[in-house]
Ligand binder design. Structure first.
Ligand SMILES: C[S@@+](CC[C@H](N)C(=O)[O-])C[C@H]1O[C@@H](n2cnc3c(N)ncnc32)[C@H](O)[C@@H]1O
Length: 377
């Protein structure tokens, strides 16, 4: 009797998008990061750490007390204080010394090389994180009596591009790809913007931006934000050279999401064209950001990807295009002091050619987050 053949599958079994993402990263990032890749890889596949961005429109003292009770600390003020102590030559308090591993604390030599504190980062942003190695989760944010939520949970590394904007009083600020709005909310926490324009091409995601602002910001403050849903690539047709500070937080391969979630995964076979076109879209958005910046103003470009093709290469090409096609000179600003300032909280790559890169690490599982700042001549 001849064997009964197995029925043929109508289609080949589908490889999960997360597996495709991991294959792609193994191929590209093992070359880029060498021996460090297994550590970054396992961190990408492990639970991410969050930070609690304090909502200054809620009862801040109460929120701070609540977060300190669970042993979280505001990484921004803690880092700035430490540097200030070192710059002033005062002794770092024993408690502060105990909390940080000795090799991670900025040295006096490093602190001496930093610019004055006032010139360093966007002020008034408070974000609580648990110490290195502590994987406690924050409880969900809750509304106060007025219905305003007390903190916003986000990857704490995603605040670094906002801190790099270094917003000053009266600055006209554009957030070109703003939804769902974590960074817009952080920008609003400064209370310094003369005007804030928040744009995102996606209508559904812009709705989420509205919801975030409704839940976190009083109505009269929200009304000062100009929210639009334009294609950011064409911004210059609307307004050119009019902002002091521009944030270009582009769509990318969202590396952590891509290895963990099937839903909305850019490595889905159906989306391969879109994925291949990402660097081009990122480039067009960054060039648009440069054009939107006034002479002397600054643009911060950011992604949550480890890919050089989406990070350094995009920045380099945008600088070239601004120069050759628009006769606009730009200068890359040195952000290496971010490494000195925030090394207790984040694990930074030490060999990023342009800009800074936060690498996921099991003891500080934030990022990836790439950010680079350009000054328009
Ligand atoms: C990384 S997300 C932005 C996250 C946001 N900045 C935040 O912190 O919550 C990138 C955003 O770019 C938007 N986007 C994609 N193409 C765009 C375009 N051509 N113009 C403007 N926004 C675009 C996407 O809809 C997406 O919301």
């Amino acid at each position: 009797m001849s064997p009964v053949p197995f029925p043929k599958a109508a289609t080949a079994p589908r490889v999960p998008s997360t597996a495709l993402a991991l294959q792609n990263f193994d191929m590209n990032y093992s070359l880029r990061f060498g021996e460090a890749w297994p550590s970054v890889r396992i961190s990408l596949l492990s639970e991410q750490k969050y930070g609690a961005l304090v909502n200054g429109f809620a009862d801040v003292d109460h929120v701070a007390q609540e977060l300190e009770l669970v042993n979280a600390a505001d990484f921004v003020s803690k880092s700035l204080q430490k540097v200030q102590h070192l710059q002033e030559g005062s002794v770092v308090e024993p408690a502060a010394r105990e909390q940080s591993a000795p090799q991670e604390a900025p040295s006096e030599h490093q602190a001496a090389k930093l610019p004055p504190l006032s010139a360093l980062v966007t002020p008034n942003i408070k974000c609580y994180t648990f110490p290195r190695g502590d994987i406690t989760r924050f409880r969900s944010a809750r509304p106060d009596v007025l219905g305003i939520f007390n903190y916003y949970l986000l990857d704490a590394a995603s605040l670094l591009p906002v801190l790099a904007l270094n917003i000053k009083p009266g600055d006209l600020v554009l957030d070109l790809c703003a939804a769902p709005g974590g960074k817009t909310l952080a920008i609003l926490q400064t209370g310094l913007c003369g005007h804030l324009a928040a744009n995102d091409i996606s209508i559904s995601r812009t709705k989420r931006l509205h919801q975030v602002l409704n839940s976190y910001v009083p109505k009269q403050v929200k009304e000062t934000v100009c929210i639009t849903s334009w294609d950011g690539r064409n911004w210059a047709e609307l307004e050119s050279g009019s902002f002091h500070k521009v944030l270009v937080d582009v769509p990318c391969t969202t590396d952590r999401h891509s290895v963990m979630e099937e839903d909305n995964n850019i490595f889905h076979k159906r989306r391969s064209k879109e994925r291949q076109m990402l660097p081009m879209l990122q480039l067009q958005l960054l060039v648009a950001g440069i054009l939107a910046t006034m002479p002397g103003g600054e643009v911060v470009y950011s992604t949550c990807s480890l890919s050089q093709l989406q990070n350094e290469y995009v920045v380099e090409r945008a600088i070239e295009i601004a120069e050759t096609e628009y006769n606009i000179g730009t200068q890359v600003k040195d952000l290496s002091y971010f490494r000195t300032l925030f090394q207790n909280t984040f694990s930074f790559s030490s060999d990023c050619r342009l800009g800074e890169l936060v690498l996921p690490h099991l003891t500080a599982n934030f990022g990836p987050m790439y950010f680079c700042k350009l000054r328009r001549a």
